[in-house]
Design a protein around this ligand. Structure first.
Ligand SMILES: [Zn+2]
Ligand SMILES: [Zn+2]
Length: 268
């Protein structure tokens, strides 16, 4: 299994000298399994992912939810228009809106100079919901729904292949004592990628916004006994210095912590 982060920023993309180390593109993660490339979310990071030449022929794009920062790169991901790639989009129905509905909306003439679905002739759509497992061969993907994100919640995904596992829990807010379902899902996982948008000091002002702090992420990692924690979905106001500090604080609770940065690559 090969994992690479192409976008680690939350809310909206940023650029500038103070964001060089961690990057400014919004969320997109590539996980290459034996036969299938799995992409979690299509923030602006998916544009560089698309250019990376690392994709297999078969690609699953898994949407956690459809807030702008998780979808905005999709129309510019050139592979979805290539006849050499078979992309299948999996997404939840949120407030009765499916992934196909979202891409249709993005294709409206008022938003886009072309129709994404007409141009992406190989693109297909599948529904996925809480408790579902999908996969092929040795690959297994499990989805659970977290209600701890405003206006419909998100899906958390676990990607497993031959004893290796990665859990992606972005856009979710911590609970007192930790999210028990998330702890169960990620128990002994190799990697937990967890939302850590706010510093502990910022959090009280943003309680209920559906995002976590480094401490919340680290406490879940500790309870779940994962091998490695990756802090994810950095606030757009957070400079490299602030993110480094978030990492330092999380390491006091869970030493095997790294703050996600663009280009972070791990071989499992
Ligand atoms: Zn987000
Ligand atoms: Zn969101």
């Amino acid at each position: 299994m090969y994992l690479e982060i192409f976008g680690a920023r939350g809310s909206y993309p940023v650029s500038g000298r103070e964001f060089i180390e961690y990057g400014g593109n919004t969320t997109s993660i590539l996980i290459n399994t034996d036969n299938i490339s799995v992409i979690i979310d299509a923030g602006t990071g998916i544009i560089n992912l698309s250019k990376s030449q690392k994709l297999r022929q078969k690609v699953y794009i898994l949407f956690t939810h459809y807030h702008f920062d998780h979808i905005i790169g999709l129309p510019y991901a050139s592979f979805i228009y290539s006849n050499k790639v078979d992309p299948i989009i999996y997404g939840p129905s949120i407030l009765d809106v499916t992934a196909a509905d979202v891409v249709n909306l993005m294709s409206l003439p008022v938003f886009s100079p072309f129709n994404i679905i007409e141009k992406g002739i190989n693109l297909s759509f599948n529904a996925i919901k809480d408790g579902d497992t999908i996969g092929a061969g040795s690959l297994k993907i499990t989805a659970i729904h977290s209600p701890a994100h405003p206006r419909g919640g998100v899906l958390i995904y676990k990607i497993e292949e031959r004893e290796k596992s990665v859990v992606v829990a972005t856009d979710t807010e911590g609970y007192v004592g930790g999210d028990k379902r998330l702890i169960d899902l990620s128990f002994k996982a190799d990697i937990l990628i967890h939302d850590a948008q706010y510093t502990e000091e910022e959090y009280p002002k943003h309680q209920g916004y559906g995002h976590s702090t480094p401490r919340m992420a680290a406490e879940v990692a500790l309870s779940a006994e994962v091998k490695k924690l990756i802090l994810f979905h950095h606030d757009p106001s957070h400079t490299d210095t602030i993110i480094r500090e978030k990492e330092k604080r999380a390491r006091k609770i869970f030493p095997e912590t790294t703050a996600a940065y663009e280009g972070m690559a791990l071989e499992l």
